[in-house]
Design a protein around this ligand. Structure first.
Ligand code: HEC
Length: 164
């Protein structure tokens, strides 16, 4: 039946869009978990975390909020713009006055990872992840589908038709 499949296609499209957004976000967070956080912990936290004896440059790197807020000289990360991000300038050793980590440069692969990550919008996994987020989305999606098929039924009934 024409209109039935149209409604189903519509809800399928919506579902696909919400899946894509979720996959994208999940991909960013995974990248961040795998590549960025370990590098930050190993190479930067000694001087830039709440656990550091004394925070250097007024900069904390242990949450997305503090990354964006930055330190004494402004934001460390401008989401989506590696060229404008102080953190990227620092790890590339572009600025003679700001070279991070101070003694030994990160590997070229790590520097590229950081740039990729800033381009992605600097996703950063929070320590406390809201549980059941994914299942809520699935639940919502199945409600959308059910609703679409109910609407189809209701539209076809007056015509004495039933959906295929
Ligand atoms: C050994 C300590 C130390 C380590 C490790 C270190 N930093 Fe720093 N960082 C500093 C100090 C000190 C400053 C203050 C500016 C200066 O004196 O160069 C600073 C400043 C900064 C700033 C500028 C903050 C501002 O607003 O002025 C950025 C960005 C930065 N660090 C990023 C990093 C990153 C990213 C890493 C890891 C890859 C890192 N730092 C590792 C000591 C450190």
């Amino acid at each position: 039946m024409e209109s039935s499949s149209a409604a189903e296609q519509f809800s399928a499209r919506q579902l696909k869009a919400s899946h894509q957004t979720r996959n994208q976000a999940e991909k960013g967070l995974n990248f961040s978990r795998k590549k960025i956080r370990p590098a930050l912990v190993e190479r930067c936290y000694k001087c830039h975390s709440t656990d550091a004896e004394k925070t250097k440059g007024g900069l904390l790197l242990d949450s997305r909020e503090s990354l964006l807020k930055g330190g004494d000289t402004g934001p460390a990360v401008v989401a989506g713009e590696p060229e404008k991000s102080r953190l990227i300038q620092a790890i590339r050793y572009l600025d003679d006055d700001l070279q991070m980590p101070p003694k030994e440069k990160l590997s070229p692969a790590q520097i590229t990872d950081f740039e990729t990550w800033v381009k992605m919008g600097a996703p950063y996994p929070e320590k406390t992840k809201a549980p059941g987020d994914a299942s809520r989305i699935t639940h919502h999606a199945s409600r959308v589908t059910r609703h679409a098929s109910r609407v189809t039924h209701r539209c076809l009934r007056p015509l004495g038709l039933s959906p295929a």
